[in-house]
Each structure stands twice: as C-alpha cells, then as structure tokens.
Ligand binder design. Structure first.
Ligand code: GLN
Length: 204
C-alpha cells in the first residue's frame, strides 16, 4: 500500500493552493477573487454555510452592508461566520466588510464603526496610507463611502489612520480596512491573509 499523503482538515494535501472563501452575497467579490488567483490561491465564492467548509481564509468584500446583512440573515450565515472566526480562520474585511464584522453586526470585532463617515459620494477619494505590518511603502487606498472606527476595545490594534481616524485594524485573526485594496490592485493585505496561520492566535 502506498503511504497516504498527509492531508489538512479540508481534505486537500499540504502543498495544495490555499482555498480562500469570498463572501459573494453582494458587492465587489469578483475583484477580490482576481487578486486571490493572481497570488496562486484558489478563490471560492461563498453564499451559504456549506460554502465555508474547508476554506483556509475568508474575505468579506465591500458593497452595501445593509444588503449584505439581509443576505447573511436569509442564508443563516451569522452563526457559521462567527464560528469560523472563533476557530482562528484568518479573515479580511474591506469597507462594508469591516462594518459586517463590527459590534452591531457579527460582533467579532470589538469596534463601533460609523458608516459613510467621510460623507457620501462626494467623499470618495484615494490616499496613500501607511499600514503597520505592510512592508514596502504606503498602500494606495481607494475609499468609497467608507466607514471609520469611532470606538474600540483593548484587543483591537490600530494599523492605519486617515485624518486621525482608524481605517485599518486587527483583532487576532481578523484584519479589517475601510478602503478597497482590491480596486487599487494592491495585493499586500491579501498576501498577509494567505501567510496567516489558520489557528487561534493570541494577543499581538
Ligand atoms: N457605505 C457602504 C455601507 O455602509 C460601504 C461602502 C463600501 O463598501 N464601499 O455599507
């Protein structure tokens, strides 16, 4: 009998590409999928709890948090999404994705966010911002009716700010930014997501 190759919990071999779930109820999930593919990982559009099974990481994209929240309720995704975070799966939320993760929504980030904090369409803008933990210079960030963090608990690290307001944060295995790195084609946060260990990480 040939030796059975070691397999990870999702049944794929240890050297297989990372499988990245992208919540695809609404929003700009396709731009994230392209970026994930460009890094040699496999994107999977997630619309139901079954879609979360076996993924190595998850992205919650930008879009409209009200519409996404309705979709999460309709599909019974809130519990499975919280369980995924509790298991230590690396998660990246962008823009509306940050809102979905906050205290008032999934409650996995100990933050209060303010929607459309920079104002509505008139305050869509681009900026270069330093994000702690992202090497290679500032990130080119596209803000579209973006939120910012107005309040946060002690476990939340602030990684970047605009006009003094937190727009990039991390709490354990959950990373969230209020801008759209996928629209600027900046893959460095996605690289961090892929490099993150799929385990519960403590503290910093
Ligand atoms: N303004 C949107 C909301 O509140 C977020 C915008 C975005 O994701 N680009 O849900």
């Amino acid at each position: 009998m040939p030796a059975t190759p070691a397999e990870t919990s999702n049944g794929r071999g240890p050297d297989r590409p990372r499988l990245v779930g992208i919540l695809a109820l609404q929003g700009d999930f396709e731009a994230h999928a392209k970026l994930v593919s460009s890094l040699g990982a496999d994107p999977r559009e997630v619309r139901t709890p079954a879609g979360l099974e076996g993924i190595d990481a998850l992205i919650i994209p930008g879009g409209e948090s009200t519409v996404m929240t309705l979709g999460i309720e309709r599909e019974g995704l809130a519990g499975p999404l919280r369980a995924l975070v509790d298991r230590g799966t690396p998660v990246l939320g962008t823009c509306a994705g940050m809102i979905i993760l906050d205290r008032e929504h999934l409650g996995v980030l100990d933050v209060r966010t303010q929607r459309n904090a920079f104002g509505r369409q008139v305050r869509s803008f681009e900026a270069d911002i330093e994000v702690q933990g992202v090497d290679g210079g500032p990130m080119h960030a596209v803000f579209i009716r973006a939120p910012w963090v107005t309040e946060h608990g002690p476990e939340v690290e602030i990684l970047g700010r605009v006009e003094g307001h937190p727009v990039a944060i991390r709490q354990g295995n959950v990373l969230a930014v209020s801008f759209h790195p996928e629209l600027a084609g900046d893959a460095r946060l996605h690289e961090l997501l892929l490099a993150a260990p799929n385990t519960i990480v403590g503290g910093g």
